[in-house]
Design a protein around this ligand. Structure first.
Ligand code: KG4
Ligand code: ZN
Length: 348
């Protein structure tokens, strides 16, 4: 049984986990920085980097302790090396390098997006390649075909905002605080999703891409207009967002099916995949297209280190590791061949 220590520090969660090849999460700890960033309504990179630097080393010690292990008991050390806020990524990667050097264990540099992309395989042993992946997080909204470890083909991406960003901005407009996604979902339960007429950007277009900027602006206008309750705006926004995601994903899935490849599952991952309404709608879409629907449990959707340890394990099992002089990468697409589109994957 192989065991990997994983480290995550690319945004506002400082996290460490130990995962084994039997898909057991032997220990995991997450220190959230919500309190630090809440007054600003979003993540402040400088505050995040400093908090990671203060917390990471004791957190790793505590995680090893929880598992009753020392560094001698792990086979390799995996850390997020990008994409993300560069200060935080560097804290995690440099720490991993120091631990790898001190313990003479291999270092595995992980693309954070690959952590999300492979996380469903940690939760579901029967999920085999290739699969269609909707990756929806604070910085990304993409539909990819996952052909294997390190093998991704992008079929759709956002031309402006990421889906999580649209949720977070809606939360900010409604004064719901940070992080916004879960709060919008909660408030939407009390609202009427038909109350506010909001646009569905790109819906009906044959181009398989996503767009959420127009939706966000319409939410702002609805709030400023003063005639709707916050709950009605939240519910109407969530419904519009869901319809955009489903329509755009359907077009992208058609393109994917046309390209061959024999996918059998539609998989959702990333923080927004924790949203129950979206999960329900994706399940229906999967059924419509004769696919199985797979999404990891919510705590594995939002940023965590178990997914980084697991991606490390998948790479390690195929004989991969990285040199100690590898650099952190603020931008690191999963599919480097994909044509760039305006604003894609860039956090505003
Ligand atoms: O994957 P993640 O934890 O971090 C990134 O890599 O970006 O995703 C965070 C994003 C945030 O925008 C957050 O508001 C959103 O995921 N999110 C949700 C929910 N839980 C987290 N959005 C909608 N509904 C949720 N339940
Ligand atoms: Zn993430």
């Amino acid at each position: 049984m192989r065991r990997i220590l994983g480290i995550e520090s690319s945004c506002d969660e400082t996290a460490a986990a130990i995962v084994d090849s039997g898909r057991h999460i032997l220990a995991q700890r997450i220190a959230s920085q919500d309190e630090e960033h809440r007054p600003y309504g979003g993540v402040v990179p400088e505050i995040a980097a400093r908090a990671h630097a203060e917390r990471l080393t004791p957190l790793i010690g505590a995680t090893l302790n929880d598992a009753g292990m020392t560094l001698d008991d792990v086979d390799a050390i995996a850390a997020t090396a990008g994409p993300g806020l560069i200060g935080g990524v560097m804290v995690g990667l440099v720490t991993a390098k120091a631990l790898a050097m001190a313990s003479d264990k291999p270092l595995i540099a992980i693309n954070h997006l690959e952590g999300h992309a492979l996380s469903p395989r940690l939760a579901d042993p029967t999920l085999a390649f290739p699969y269609a992946l909707l990756l929806v997080s604070g910085g990304h909204c993409q539909l990819l075909r996952v052909d294997g470890v390190g093998r991704y083909r992008r079929f759709a991406t956002t031309i402006d905002d990421a889906l999580g960003e649209a949720f977070d901005k809606t939360a900010k407009i409604l004064g719901l605080g940070y992080p916004g996604g879960p709060q919008v979902e909660k408030l939407a339960l009390e609202g009427n999703a038909e109350a506010v007429r909001l646009p569905r950007p790109l819906v009906g277009s044959g181009e398989p891409h996503f767009s959420f900027a127009g939706l966000k602006s319409a939410v702002l206008r609805a709030k400023e207009g003063g005639q709707f309750t916050d709950a009605d705006i939240a519910a109407s926004f969530q419904k519009a967002a869901r319809e955009c995601v489903i329509d755009r994903s359907r077009i992208a899935l058609e393109a994917m099916e046309d390209s061959g490849g024999g996918i059998t599952a539609l998989v959702a991952a990333g923080g927004v995949a924790a949203n129950a309404v979206l999960r329900g709608a994706l399940e229906e879409l999967a059924e419509e297209r004769g696919l199985r629907f797979v999404a990891p449990p919510s705590p594995l959707c939002t940023d965590n280190a178990a997914m980084i340890a697991w991606a490390g394990l998948e790479r390690f099992e195929t004989g991969q590791s990285d040199p100690l002089d590898i650099s952190a990468r603020p931008r690191w697409p999963l599919d480097p061949e994909a044509e760039p589109v305006r604003g894609a994957g860039v956090k505003a």
